[in-house]
Design a protein around this ligand. Structure first.
Ligand code: ADP
Ligand code: ZN
Length: 523
């Protein structure tokens, strides 16, 4: 079967071989399995349903939300000599009759249908007599409320499938799906034991970085100046912000930048976009309105001036860099106060209900955690998109690159925190140190702290190091000192996360805390 598919690929489409994802997806569907394919845009999803449509006896119904694209798709099929048709609100009576004829005579193999049309009585009656082999659902994430583009009309699809005489195979395709959306697609479409293919989402040539607490304007202008001949995009979260950053760079810093946002008229947007594509403008300051359908291959950096609303948006926007495969940098500037803007947008969006608001808050939290993660940025993103992670290190992100100078102190950190916890948060620094290195004193004996499992788990000769380390943990807010005549130590949420293995304790090597600047002056 796959050989026949390959013949079609060569003879009709003129391509030599299938892409990896196409082969997987075709394998699933040609083996009569419901199949879910998650492939990036441009990955070649059309072929995944067009070729099975040609190989299967009955017709294939393709459900797509993009009415404007249906005609193009069908015209392309015509050029290839494939019989297709489409049904949506733009189809008039005569065309409808033609389609009915085509379906009944077998002259149409692929029918594109808008989801709104599916449960139209006339249509249901029509397809009752026709063998439908495959229902292909394009942009399948639209069926999930957890996705970024939920469409109510997509809920018509499972109802429609139930009305078909003989259950067809279901093929669901989408470019964006987190683990949660993926599970939702399978459930909502009632897919049976589906064969699932997830594209490798990694963009190896992009270096991910986060800059916390820098002055954004200063950082951005310096970055642009240091990368003078390179093309880049600076994303901001509001039109107002785009206007002000644009004027700052242009008027104050005299940098040749362009501006793009939804508040500008079509003409201006078109001109700036073209100038950017032609490299007459190297840098674009833009809101998320910029980028849809723009294919500029040599973007060398994408800087986010503000935190975006979720990791999907971030990855998509950052991914506009390095399309040519050459190195590109994706830098997120993180300032606490920008979270406020996103939270405001969530709370004040009248279209969303409470469930969606909750989901959006969760997504924002995941985005925030990205900015704080000590681990590999790439791994963090890929995990979110459900890719399997083999190694714990990419070597090409801000955190992995810095790893040489960083010490992993998670294990001693856990020992310290668990000791504080076992002593019921009733001890100060000196007692804590004595318990850990196993040195009995009268208090320890009186309170029986020597019976704790953490008694003596750190070697005696590490005393000095341990004292300094505990001070570091206080400075980094893993521990707080309860004020009083005898300050006792308490665990913070951050320490709890280390105990639960959610986060680690990392520290730059050779970093010493200087408690008193004057003491050391004479060496
Ligand atoms: P998607 O729907 O996933 O965004 P398309 O189906 O529109 O992607 O395909 C994207 C491009 O890739 C098209 O120009 C298509 O002709 C091309 N393409 C698809 N499959 C192959 C292949 N096996 N070999 C080479 N080019 C391909
Ligand atoms: Zn990494």
């Amino acid at each position: 079967m796959i050989n026949k598919a390959l013949d079609i690929l060569k003879n009709i489409y003129g391509y030599d071989e299938f892409r990896k994802g196409q082969r997987y997806i075709l394998e699933g569907i040609l083996n009569k399995r419901d199949t879910l394919g998650i492939m990036s845009t441009g990955g070649g999803k059309s072929i995944c349903y067009q070729i099975p449509a040609l190989l299967e006896k009955g017709i294939t119904i393709v459900i797509s939300p993009l009415i404007s694209l249906m005609k193009d798709q069908v015209d392309t099929l015509k050029i290839l000599g494939i019989k297709g048709g489409f049904l949506n609100s733009t189809v008039d009576r005569n065309e409808y009759i033609n389609i009915v004829r085509g379906l009944k005579s077998g002259n149409i193999k692929i029918l594109y249908v808008a989801p709104e049309r599916l449960n139209n009585e006339k249509f249901i009656e029509l397809i009752r007599d026709i063998k439908i082999s495959i229902v292909a659902v394009d942009e399948a994430h639209c069926i999930s409320q957890w996705g970024h583009d939920f469409r109510k009309s997509y809920l018509e699809i499972p109802k429609f499938i139930e009305k078909i005489n003989q259950r067809p195979l279901i093929l669901a395709l989408t470019a964006t799906a987190t683990t949660k959306v993926r599970e939702d697609i399978i459930e909502k479409l009632k897919m049976i034991r589906p064969y699932v293919y997830v594209d490798d989402f990694d963009r190896e040539n992009i270096t991910f970085k986060v800059e916390r607490g820098v002055n954004p304007e200063a950082f951005i202008s310096k970055y642009i100046e240091r990368n003078k001949n390179k093309s880049g995009i600076i994303y901001v979260s509001t039109r107002k912000e785009a206007d002000s950053l644009y004027s700052y760079l242009k008027s104050v810093k005299k940098i040749n930048v362009g501006k793009y946002h939804g508040g500008m008229n079509d003409e201006d947007r078109k001109i700036t976009q073209e100038e950017f594509l032609k490299d007459n403008i190297k840098v674009m300051v833009a809101t998320n309105a910029f980028g849809m359908g723009i294919d500029k291959s040599n973007v060398r950096y994408v800087i986010h001036r503000n935190i975006p609303k979720d990791l999907e948006s971030y990855y998509q926007e950052a991914g506009r860099g390095g399309r040519d495969g050459a190195p590109s940098e994706a830098i997120l500037l993180f300032n606490e106060e920008d979270l406020g803007t996103q939270e405001f947008l969530i709370e004040n969006n009248e279209e969303t209900n409470d469930l969606l608001k909750k989901e959006k808050r969760e997504k924002l939290k995941i985005m925030e955690d990205y900015a704080y993660t000590e681990g590999c940025y790439r791994e963090y993103i890929l995990k979110y998109f459900g890719n399997r992670i083999i190694k714990n290190y990419c070597g090409n992100c801000g955190n992995c690159k810095n790893l040489k100078e960083v010490e992993n102190l998670t294990e001693p950190g856990q020992k310290v925190f668990s000791c504080v916890g076992r002593a019921k948060e009733k001890i100060g620094i000196s007692t804590l140190v004595n318990i850990l290195i196993g040195k009995k004193d009268s208090k320890i004996e009186r309170k029986e702290y020597d019976k704790l499992s953490t008694f003596g788990i750190i070697s005696q000769d590490k005393r000095e190091w341990l004292e300094e380390f505990i001070n570091y943990l206080i400075l980094e807010k893993y521990l707080i000192q309860d004020a009083g005549s005898y300050p006792i130590l308490k665990l913070t949420e951050k320490a709890m996360e280390v105990l639960k293995n959610i986060k680690g304790v990392y520290r730059r090597k050779n970093e010493k805390i200087i408690f008193d600047f004057y003491e050391d002056e004479t060496f």
